[in-house]
Structure formats: structure tokens, C-alpha cells
Design a protein around this ligand. Structure first.
Ligand code: PHB
Length: 391
């Protein structure tokens, strides 16, 4: 009898634990030239889950259901999100490194009333495409607009802009141009490079020929950033007195070791640097290296995936293991973390977009490696596009 009761009890406990499994759907890029993006996000989310597992309500288990969109492929991303929602019955969708993919998933979030936490895609308009979208990463306006203002206040009066030919490129071009010209600078030329398999050399050569004081570039981080830097170094722009600046994507921390010396002196704007000396960042980087090895690097995508998982934990904890869509949205939109590796971060309750410090950083040599060293802080920046274009 005792044994039967014990067995019954065990199966009840197992049953209730299973009922408490919370499934999170992840659509991110794990293959192709941008495979590192998905890997960085995945490592960050899993590291957060491991280090904070004991904070979840008793019996609640978090399960990541991960899918590979292969890059900027909106149809594929939409199909994967649809399957995650309908077949796998996830409670929340996250990921979306590429803007076109985020835009394709947006109507599904609305239709199914599924919270969609964007942990990268940086075009301003993304959050306006569904009331079920919340973003904790960044917007290109958030970095490129203040960078334009900063540059014009230095000895840089003539700029050339070169951006990737898709939505975040258009945002960064418009934002930089506005910030730079409002502060007295002049744009002497601009060009757009294809998103897929770009050859930066002829574009950077044309920019050099226009003889600007500064070349502003946005391209997706990862291998494209390294290709940008190679073209800048090989074509001798620094020697010709042409500075290079851009959002944090072009000196992304995990690619700095592959860029040689070309990025030395490059100034960028963004919310995260692996070299930041904030204790909460040093703890994050130390935990990362302990688990993934001394040569493995964090970057801005890892930082927002880490914070995204912290926000998901907050929502699950507040609902004692349940994930009601509307309640979850209420918790996520308004979520704050004063101790993010990025410094204080919060989600604006009204726009559901991130508010964070933007750091102006310069690439410097630190010992045997290059680092994005923060030297100026613009505190708690709201997406300037939304400030300038209230909905
Ligand atoms: C985007 O598609 O929004 C995107 C992709 C890669 C980046 C930044 C933005 O580095």
C-alpha cells in the first residue's frame, strides 16, 4: 500500500512538473555566413538559464525550442515561427537577428497573441508592427543619431555614408545624416552595399575618392564587419586621413581578434562592449569564459540575449510559472535591469522598445588584443526615431 501511494505521489509530482514546462521558441541564425549570431544568443540564454535556474518557481522548467532561419530569410522565419506557435505550442517567441525576419514574424504574434521578444533586429519600425512585440536589444537610430552629433563636434566636417542595402542600413544612414548635419556637418556622398555577399572594396574605394574627413559605415556584424575593416585597411584610408566610424556592429567584439590592426582608432557607438569595466559586465564575461573558454567572446548580441532571458525569467516568476500573453507583455514592457552588463537597461512601457546608455567607444590595444574602450556615455537613450516620430 505504502509503495502504491509513493508511486502515485511520484507520478503526480512528475505530472505537475511536466505541466509546468514553459516552452520558449527561438528563431535565430545558426547556419550560413552569419551562423555566429545564433550561437552567441544561444550561449548567452543557456548561460543565464544555468546560473539562475534556482530562481524559477518550484517545479517550473524552461525548455528552448530552437530553429535556424539561415540568415535574412523572412519566409523561412515566418514558417518556423508558425510551426513553433501552432505545433510546438510555445508560450513566447524570441530571437530574430535580422529585421526582415522580425517583420515577417510580427503578424503571427498579433494573430496568435504570442509575446515576441526581439533580441537583435534593430530597425526602429519593428516594435510598431505588433502590440505583442517587445525589444530589448537596440535600434540603429539609438547609436547612429548620437554618433552623428558627436562626430560633427569633433574635427570631422565632411562625411561619406556607406550602409547595407536594407532596412537597418537605411535607418543608420538617415539617423547619422540627421545627427551630423543638424550639428553642422555635410554629407559629401553616400552608397549602399548589397546585404548578401557584398564586396566592400569598390564601395570603400569610391568613398576614399570623395575625400571625406570621415567614413560612416553600417553592415551587419560578424564576418561582414571584418570584411569592411579589411577594405578600410587595405585601401589606405587611415593613411589618407579618413576616419572610420559607425554603430557597434562594425567593431563587434567577437571579430576584433580577426581584424588585424585596421580597427585601431575606429570610433563606434553602442550599448555593449566586452571590455567595459562595469562589475556586472566583468562578472558576465568571466562566467562566459569559464563556460565557453578563454578565447570565446561576448558581444552586443550576447548581452541582449542574456538580458532577454532575464526579462523572460522575470515574467515567469511574476506569474508563478504561467505565461499569460497579455500579462507577460505587461511585465516585459516596463521591465528594468539596473545591473545589466550594458549598465542600466529598461523597456519603455509605452513603445515596448529598449532604453539604454549609448557609449562612444574607441578601438585601442589592451595588452595583446584590441578592445572597444568606452570614453563617453550618453545616458538612457530612447529610440530617437520614436521620439522624433511619435505614433
Ligand atoms: C538587423 O537586420 O536588424 C541587424 C542585423 C545585424 C546587425 C544589426 C542589425 O548587426
Amino acid at each position: 500500500m505504502k509503495r502504491i501511494v509513493a508511486l502515485l505521489f511520484a507520478s503526480l509530482v512528475a505530472g505537475s512538473a511536466a505541466a509546468q514546462a514553459v516552452k520558449i521558441g527561438v528563431v535565430n541564425t545558426f547556419s550560413g555566413p552569419n551562423a555566429s549570431f545564433g550561437e552567441l544568443g544561444d550561449k548567452a540564454m543557456k548561460l543565464y538559464m544555468k546560473l539562475h535556474a534556482n530562481e524559477l518557481p518550484a517545479g517550473v522548467k524552461l525548455e528552448l525550442v530552437t530553429r535556424d532561419d539561415g540568415g535574412p530569410n523572412p519566409d523561412k522565419a515566418k514558417q518556423l515561427a508558425q510551426e513553433l506557435i501552432v505545433r510546438d505550442k510555445v508560450s513566447l517567441v524570441t530571437g530574430a537577428v535580422f529585421t526582415p525576419n522580425a517583420l515577417a514574424i510580427a503578424p503571427l504574434a498579433t494573430e496568435a497573441k504570442i509575446p515576441f521578444l526581439v533580441i537583435n533586429a534593430g530597425t526602429s519600425v519593428v516594435t510598431t508592427r505588433s502590440p505583442y512585440i517587445v525589444r530589448d536589444s537596440f535600434t540603429l537610430w539609438q547609436s547612429s543619431y548620437p554618433l552623428g552629433q558627436w562626430a560633427a563636434k569633433q574635427d570631422m566636417k565632411k562625411a561619406y555614408t556607406l550602409v547595407s542595402d536594407y532596412a537597418p542600413g537605411f535607418d543608420s544612414e538617415e539617423a547619422f545624416t540627421k545627427g551630423f548635419t543638424q550639428a553642422g556637418g555635410t554629407i559629401v556622398g553616400s552608397a549602399r552595399v548589397p546585404l548578401k555577399d557584398p564586396d566592400f572594396v569598390p564601395f570603400v574605394q569610391r568613398a576614399k575618392d570623395a575625400k571625406p574627413d570621415v567614413l560612416f559605415i553600417f553592415a551587419p556584424s560578424g564576418k561582414q564587419a571584418t570584411a569592411v575593416m579589411k577594405a578600410y585597411g587595405d585601401l589606405g584610408l587611415a593613411a589618407a586621413g579618413i576616419r572610420l566610424i559607425g554603430p557597434q556592429d562594425i567593431t563587434t567584439d567577437e571579430e576584433l581578434p580577426n581584424m588585424g590592426d585596421a580597427p585601431l582608432g575606429v570610433v563606434t557607438a553602442g550599448g555593449y562592449s566586452e571590455a567595459a569595466t562595469r562589475p556586472q559586465n566583468q562578472a558576465f564575461v568571466a562566467a562566459w569564459k569559464r563556460d565557453y573558454g578563454a578565447n570565446s567572446h561576448t558581444n552586443f548580441m550576447a548581452a541582449s540575449a542574456w538580458d532577454g532571458m532575464a526579462a523572460i525569467f522575470a515574467a515567469i516568476k511574476a506569474q508563478n510559472g504561467k505565461v499569460d500573453p497579455d500579462k507577460t507583455m505587461q511585465i516585459l514592457a516596463g521591465w528594468k535591469n539596473p545591473d545589466s552588463p550594458r549598465g542600466p537597461v529598461e523597456i519603455d512601457a509605452q513603445t515596448r522598445d529598449v532604453i539604454q546608455n549609448i557609449y562612444i567607444r574607441k578601438v585601442e590595444r589592451q595588452g595583446d588584443h584590441l578592445a572597444n574602450v568606452e570614453f563617453e556615455t550618453i545616458p538612457q537613450v530612447k529610440d530617437p526615431w520614436k521620439v522624433l516620430n511619435p505614433q
